[in-house]
Design a protein around this ligand. Structure first.
Ligand code: PEP
Ligand code: MG
Length: 323
């Protein structure tokens, strides 16, 4: 299947209307990096750093992490890598962490909540990222932010770590870009200042959808019950896009849906400029985008949403069948 799309590798994901979407890949291990060249991804839109913590039986040391992050960036050969700070929760128990007994771990003590309560680990990870980025730009994003206060607190810790490195006379990254994962519905309604504080925002669609519909993404009975192309979910995305446009902050989508061609095209038509997905999805998504007019699809979507249709999968796929 990779070969089928090999001829598209060096080509942009530009629709027949001239609109271009950036296609990035998701990664989490060194072994994923060769796919960056192989897939034609423009960068790593989501680097899940928790995998490195899960495969060890002790908290990795700062030096070890810095070396790993340095190798990741070396392998990316100048393409951007968005490092997401630790997203562990009591469902992803680290072998060296006391298990938490929580009735709803997905909504429990996880991700940035752990980072802000156990600041030593977050600080150590940020130090490793800063040291790994000497002489090049650093992109950091904080997971599972549910309100502006959490983002401000995490941002402040990053700034403190940067000043500390500077005070110590260490060489610095050339640029720092800080962002948030938008994966709780509450964040779509955060004060404008939150959006203005972000250099970029990435929608974590897997979590956003599970919390939007209150349907556990791990529960087979309900995980496919609600449609990403339902009007209610698309209206939520439209709200997020408008907030980001108002604050001029670049928006991407990095959940599994970004790798599904019809969903990916729909997100592009709504106005999301960057999609991050597993490497194998880049070919099929690009293939579809290059064959159609994104602005024409936008009209179909706007009509559908404005007319009060509950779900747009039918009009979108019927329109696609005519292209
Ligand atoms: C998401 O929630 O969509 C996401 C990208 O993060 P994860 O799947 O790691 O929770
Ligand atoms: Mg998530």
């Amino acid at each position: 299947a990779q070969n089928r799309y090999a001829s598209l590798r060096g080509l942009p994901a530009t629709g027949t209307c001239g609109t271009t979407v950036q296609l990035y890949m998701n990664a989490g291990l060194m072994a994923d990096l060769p796919s960056l060249a192989g897939s034609g991804a423009e960068g790593v839109g989501l680097f899940r750093t928790e995998l490195q913590f899960l495969i060890r039986n002790h908290v990795p040391r700062r030096g070890e992490l810095a070396e790993l992050y340095r190798r990741v960036m070396d392998n990316a050969q100048g393409k951007p890598v968005m490092f997401r700070t630790l997203d562990i929760g009591s469902d992803k128990v680290l072998p060296y962490m006391k298990p938490q007994d929580e009735p709803n771990p997905a909504m429990g003590w996880r991700a940035i909540r752990v980072g802000l309560d156990k600041r030593g680990v977050l600080r150590m990870q940020l130090q490793a990222l800063i040291r790994a980025s000497v002489g090049r730009p650093l992109h950091v994003m904080f997971p599972f932010i549910a309100d502006i206060g959490e983002y401000e607190a995490a941002y402040k810790i990053l700034m403190q770590e940067l000043s500390r490195e500077q005070r110590l006379g260490h060489p610095m990254p050339t640029d720092i870009r800080v962002g948030a994962m938008l994966e709780t519905p509450s964040l779509a309604f955060a004060p404008r200042k939150f959006f203005e504080m972000c250099d970029f925002i990435s929608i974590g669609g897997n979590d956003l959808k599970q919390f939007f519909f209150a349907a556990d993404r791990e529960n087979e009975r309900v995980r496919r019950r609600y449609d990403t192309l339902s009007s209610s979910f698309l209206l939520m995305l439209r709200q997020i896009i408008a907030r980001c446009e108002e604050a001029r902050v670049p928006l991407s989508f990095c959940g599994e849906d970004a790798g599904r061609p019809v969903e990916a095209l729909t997100f592009a038509a709504l106005g999301i400029g960057r999609l991050s997905m597993r490497p194998a999805s880049i070919g099929p998504v690009k293939h579809l985008i290059r064959r159609v007019s994104i602005t024409e699809l936008r009209k179909i979507i706007d009509e559908g949403l404005d007319s009060g249709r509950p779900n747009l999968r039918r009009p979108i796929t019927e329109w696609l069948a005519q292209q």
